[in-house]
Design a protein around this ligand. Structure first.
Ligand code: SF4
Length: 342
């Protein structure tokens, strides 16, 4: 019998499992709190479960754990990432970003990878060059948050408060697992992270946007645009050939109408390609009427062939002004500098 990973199970599935073992349903809530609330994987720590029950569970199931392989910290110390290995030996990156907000409340965001590799082949993306290997399971998604929280205790840095699905892979091509992980992370007996603090980022998988709008939960949506016309966007983000801008932005409008959430549009400035003032004007026309925020980035981009980022130092002032005027309130996604911060 193949053992199941308890991190993949929601509360209803744990109740079913424990019912089959003859245990009362409150045991499922205790188990759920250990696995998804405290992020524990060691049976010995689950002390309020009878030892006999723990032994029966151990015979049928396990609690997976991500193992750290490599660690890197940004110069300002606020962003760090780990390469972590998955139970089958594959590896993904997971990132933690710490910000202090104007309200003086700090925000600690985990950026989750959703796939090993990616099939979409965006031209500026190193993950796209790898190609698709496999989807992450729900337990491997939530496990990235538990991984950071485990380290937060030792480092005294605080638990994760926000989650973005913006790491390796396209989250909406792993829809079922991503949606289930959102339900797990927002459960009151789990991490209890509010839906407003969870963002799903997509390069434009329109059926996934429509499904998420219809099924919920009503999390925030971020869309990587990078261009305001179809010809250029199809070059940079090939899925645009399947879901061109009119269709994509129509789905974004419908998402905001259905969920009441603003959409964040990400725009990576690439030298000589999409960094002209007229591009800013075209973008503004495209986004008119959509309740949205935005972020622009160049310094955070790791260049890979065939494109280079628009460097902060050589970035034309006219472009900064154009983006700043047209997108008041938008933010730079970078921590070390910005192509435009408006
Ligand atoms: S969808 Fe995301 S991970 Fe996949 S190729 Fe595009 S930018 Fe890279």
């Amino acid at each position: 019998m193949e053992k199941i990973d308890l991190r993949d199970l929601d509360l209803g599935e744990m109740e079913e499992l424990l019912r089959a073992l003859g245990a009362p349903s409150y045991r499922a809530r205790q188990l759920f709190a250990w696995v998804h609330g405290r992020g524990k994987s060691d049976w010995e720590e689950m002390t309020d479960l009878p030892r006999a029950l723990r032994e029966e569970l151990a015979a049928r199931s396990y609690v997976s754990k991500l193992e750290p392989c490599r660690h890197a910290v940004a110069a300002d110390g606020r962003t760090q990432k780990y390469l972590v290995s998955l139970p089958d030996g594959q590896a993904v990156e997971t990132v933690r970003m710490d910000y202090r907000r104007r309200t003086n409340r700090s925000r600690r965001t985990a950026c989750l990878s959703s796939q090993v590799g990616c099939s979409l082949g965006c031209r500026f993306c190193a993950t796209g060059e790898v190609g698709f290997r496999r989807n992450l399971r729900p337990g491997e998604l939530v496990g990235q948050v538990y991984f950071w929280n485990e380290r937060a205790g030792a480092a005294g840095t605080g638990r994760i408060t926000n989650v973005v699905y913006m790491g390796m892979g396209e989250p909406l091509l792993n829809y079922e697992a991503v949606r289930k992980s959102i339900v797990l992370l927002s459960h009151p007996l789990g991490q209890n992270i509010g839906h407003r603090r969870i963002t799903v980022s997509t390069c434009g998988v329109v059926p996934g946007i429509e499904r998420l709008a219809a099924e919920g939960p009503p999390v925030r949506l971020a869309v990587s645009l990078h261009a305001a016309d179809d010809a250029l966007r199809s070059r940079l983000v090939p899925i645009n050939r399947r879901y061109p801008l009119d269709i994509l932005l129509g789905a974004c409008r419908a998402y905001t109408a259905r969920t009441g959430r603003r959409v964040t549009f990400a725009y990576l400035l690439l030298a000589g390609l999409n960094d002209q003032p007229q591009e800013a004007h075209r973008l503004a026309r495209r986004l008119a009427g959509i309740p949205c925020g935005g972020c622009g980035s160049s310094a955070a981009y790791n260049p890979c062939a065939p494109f280079t980022p628009a460097g902060t130092s050589c970035f034309p002032l006219t472009v900064i002004v154009a983006f700043a005027v047209l997108f008041p309130g938008a933010q730079s996604a970078t921590s070390t500098g910005s192509a435009f911060t408006v």
